[in-house]
Design a protein. Structure first.
Length: 351
């Protein structure tokens, strides 16, 4: 497919990131922005803004999914991971074999309840864990699928600050069309064929961001946070290799790049969650206060179950799991984690 910037692009999902993505795409193309929430849709019509972001004149808001799919060959679904499968099921009747889909959702889906084995450990087979790309293939007829992932903090994108991203797909055509639709002089776009690696890097870094937020909130210092990021990267790679990815993606923009940004910014929901936990706020109260999905919470249990099932050494992921789901002390867990890691032999394989 030869991309023409007069072609319409459909963005499905009008959260903070979806809105920022639509504004980026609108610099190059006319854009449909699908808005599920009626109140948000009416606000856009009245004020030409959404999620504190002014909308580019090239964006047309709509609540008509069929219209978006019929008029746009290139679609960017950007909804939270718990709703991603149902969205794919909703648009499936309107999709054609010539559609290209590049999703921007960072999450994992499991098709079973996580249980414990006879030893009391969480048990989850890698075949029971699905990326968003796999869900698209499971629920639709579209084959040319990709994902967009990188250090793309939505509010910085909204402020037109420079950034970069990775579009990953098995199909080079998807990568090239994606690049043509979204790149500009302040938004650099790279390509990768390691879809699993790019997706998992973008998902797993959220757990490490929670740990980084806790460390910052407890005043442990930048050395400790750098250590957590470095050792956390090794844990991410272990899970990625178990799930069938290569390692290169974890050392690039979608891996280290996204990890650093998410572990360092208070505009990251996952970092902010960790920060607030360190300040003594109740986990449930924090979740109620955050109006958009904190993907790291959803990912932590899945990642820890994979670690236990396959015997991986992931002490950071284990500590965050215990804090979030087993009511473990934030201070004690982090103190033990830092002490264990300082004196352990678990170090990144490339150092």
């Amino acid at each position: 497919m030869s991309w023409n910037n007069s072609f319409k692009v459909g963005v499905i999902g009008a959260g903070t990131f979806g809105t920022a993505l639509a504004n980026l795409l609108a610099l190059n193309n006319p854009v449909y922005l699908y808005v599920r929430n009626k109140e948000s849709y009416e606000n856009i019509l009245a004020n030409k803004e959404n999620k504190s972001q002014k909308l580019h004149p090239n964006i047309e808001a709509t609540q008509d999914l069929e219209k978006v799919c019929n008029e746009c060959t290139l679609l960017y679904p950007v909804v939270n991971s718990p709703n991603f499968r149902s969205l794919c099921q909703s648009i499936a009747p309107y999709l054609r074999p010539d559609h290209l889909i590049i999703h921007g959702t960072k999450g994992l889906s499991i098709d079973v309840d996580i249980e414990r084995n006879e030893n009391g450990q969480l048990y989850l087979l890698k075949e029971q864990v699905h990326t968003m790309t796999e869900i698209i293939r499971q629920e639709t007829i579209v084959l040319r699928v990709g994902c967009l992932s990188g250090p793309n903090l939505a509010m910085e994108l909204a402020q037109n600050k420079p950034a970069a991203t990775v579009i990953a797909s098995r199909f080079n055509e998807v990568i090239e069309v994606g690049k043509a639709s979204i790149r500009n002089d302040r938004f650099r776009v790279y390509g990768s064929n390691d879809v699993v690696g790019v997706e998992l890097a973008g998902v797993l870094k959220n757990i490490i961001a929670i740990a980084s937020g806790i460390a910052h909130g407890l005043g442990l210092g930048e050395n400790a946070r750098a250590m957590l990021m470095t050792l956390g990267l090794e844990e991410m790679i272990q899970i990625g290799q178990t799930m069938g990815s290569k390692t290169d993606a974890f050392y690039g923009i979608a891996g280290i790049g996204d990890l650093i940004a998410t572990c360092s910014s208070q505009s990251s929901r996952n970092f902010s969650l960790g920060l607030r936990l360190a300040k003594g706020e109740i986990f449930g109260n924090i979740l109620e206060d955050i109006h958009e999905t904190t993907e790291g919470v959803l990912t932590t249990r899945t990642a820890y179950a994979i670690s236990q099932t396959y015997g991986l050494k992931t002490p950071i992921i284990e500590a965050i799991y215990n804090i979030l789901f087993e009511q473990a002390s934030v201070k004690q867990s982090m103190a033990q984690l830092v002490a264990v890691n300082i004196h352990s032999n678990v170090v990144p394989s490339n150092t």
